[in-house]
Design a protein around this ligand. Structure first.
Ligand SMILES: [Zn+2]
Length: 339
């Protein structure tokens, strides 16, 4: 861009001056840096006409930052994310459409309006507001917004997963974890490995993980995944597994299917249980050759076993019989493992 003096059209004898300026915004004095040109020929001082150079725009941005108000582009980005028009969002919030438009183009918002806007940035609040305001949005629009929410659910699941890992897996590397800290990647990929193809019932998956970790401990004195196993009625199971598996289902790593198990002689109707099918290819590169061999051995050893059959095997393990219900099974029992 060619810059020239607006008074005398001079283009060469221009000097850029940087200084600061104090601007009063809502009774608050805001100091901003300003850049402007001085024409040596005629003495005129002028700003380069770009919005980001406007000292008032700068002062407003600084004021919003200082008072923790949303910036115009944050409001716009939120509205565009959900494909809401200015009118629709204004109606949902009970603001005038012109008011919202002015905020998006740089007017400083009222604090109460800022609070409202911040509240709807939370998807749950937005959903609540939409439900509580029938007639403002078309059904088609509501569906679109729900889809956007679903697509951006991922980070929330990550947060939940971190919470679960912190609460169920933040234990020392001792004989209850096979002298290893919980390894989230190995735990996940062992699950994907066992559940690849037709999948595995939850009960059987629990036992496969138990046998793999305990067998590895027996041979190498540490576990593969660092998981703790608790004694539960159907045999040993990773501690806190239900919550962990449901997170993997939610984030799409595995798929849950309901399965019917045939009845036994005494229970003619049978019962239903859950089966998990891997939806991602396991990353086997993260396992050592010894770990891989043991994972494969365990998978092969129990191939064709029903959940009931593998439960039966695990019930005979000394680690299971000598641990009380709900308690963690010590890897010290791994030496008695009958694999
Ligand atoms: Zn000039």
């Amino acid at each position: 861009m060619k810059i020239s003096c607006p008074t005398c059209d001079e283009t060469k004898m221009l000097k850029m001056i940087k200084s600061t300026k104090e601007i009063s915004v809502r009774n608050d004095k805001i100091t901003v840096e300003v850049e402007y040109y001085q024409c040596i020929a005629c003495g005129e001082e002028f700003l380069v006409p770009q919005p980001e150079n406007d000292p008032f725009v700068k002062a407003y941005r600084k004021y919003r930052q200082k008072h923790m108000l949303l910036q115009p582009e944050e409001i716009k980005a939120f509205r565009r994310k959900y494909k809401l028009t200015q009118g629709e969002l204004a109606d949902l919030l009970g603001l005038g459409g012109a008011t919202l438009s002015r905020y998006e183009t740089g007017k400083i918002q009222d604090e109460s309006h800022d609070t409202l806007l911040r509240l709807v940035l939370n998807p749950e609040n937005l959903q609540g507001l939409i439900t509580a305001s029938p007639g403002i949005l078309s059904e088609e629009k509501k569906l679109k917004i729900l889809n956007v929410m679903k697509e951006s659910e991922e980070p929330r699941i990550d947060m939940l997963e971190r919470f679960v890992i912190r609460n169920f897996s933040d234990y020392p590397a001792d004989e209850l974890s096979g002298f290893k800290r919980f390894d989230r990647d190995k735990f996940l990929n062992a699950i994907l490995y066992f559940c690849s193809g037709d999948g595995e019932s939850k009960t059987k998956l629990n036992k496969l993980l138990f046998y793999a970790d305990f067998q590895h401990f027996k041979e190498y004195t540490n576990s593969i995944t660092g998981a703790q196993y608790a004694r539960v009625p159907f045999g040993p199971a990773p501690n806190g597994y239900d919550l962990y598996y449901s997170i993997l289902v939610q984030r799409g790593s595995i798929r849950a299917e309901e399965v019917e198990y045939p009845g036994f002689a005494s229970h003619k109707t049978g019962f239903t249980g859950e089966k998990y099918v891997a939806r991602e290819v396991p990353d086997l590169n993260i396992f050592s050759p010894g770990e891989l061999r043991i994972l494969a051995t365990v998978k092969e050893r129990f191939k064709g076993f029903s959940a009931k059959e593998i439960s039966g095997c695990s019930h005979l393990e000394k680690g299971y019989t000598e641990t009380s219900t709900g308690k963690i099974i010590s890897y010290a029992y791994a030496k008695y493992l009958k694999l």
